[in-house]
Design a binder for this molecule. Sequence first.
Ligand SMILES: N=c1c2ncn([C@@H]3O[C@H](COP(=O)(O)OP(=O)(O)OP(=O)(O)O)[C@@H](O)[C@H]3O)c2ncn1[C@@H]1O[C@H](COP(=O)(O)O)[C@@H](O)[C@H]1O
Length: 119
Amino acid sequence: MGDGKTHKPSGEKATAETLDRLYATVLARKGADPESSYTAKLYSRGTAKIAQKVGEEAVEAILEAVRGDKAALAAESADLLYHLMVLWADAGLDPATVWDKLAQREGTSGLDEKKARKA
Ligand SMILES: N=c1c2ncn([C@@H]3O[C@H](COP(=O)(O)OP(=O)(O)OP(=O)(O)O)[C@@H](O)[C@H]3O)c2ncn1[C@@H]1O[C@H](COP(=O)(O)O)[C@@H](O)[C@H]1O
């Protein structure tokens, strides 16, 4: 595909906008030819397969974290985020909804939130 696997020029810093751009690309692959797009191939294999890939990439990431290989952890984390974006797009979930959840939680300690849930 035209914009597939195009890397940013080195030196240009990736930001949260990179994730929004990735989501737009992933969304645009809906209905694309599975022969020319890995993302389209994933959609064609269905939700359960996409979910399985997310699980696999999560396991690969945690294994690299435990092994202490930071470069491999970064690569597996990128795979994980990409596959999570495909899962969101497949489910019709806009990343903005997730960003809003995170923003709402800002400043609330996870420990306090857990205590409030148990009360
Ligand atoms: N970020 C990614 C990205 N990260 C990982 N991958 C692919 O994810 C796959 C993971 O490898 P695996 O060995 O686990 O997958 P597999 O063996 O093919 O899968 P299974 O046999 O397990 O089902 C590899 O083919 C990677 O290239 C990605 N493919 C695409 N993107 C982004 O999505 C955009 C659109 O890609 P296409 O849909 O291919 O055009 C690209 O421009 C990128 O920005």
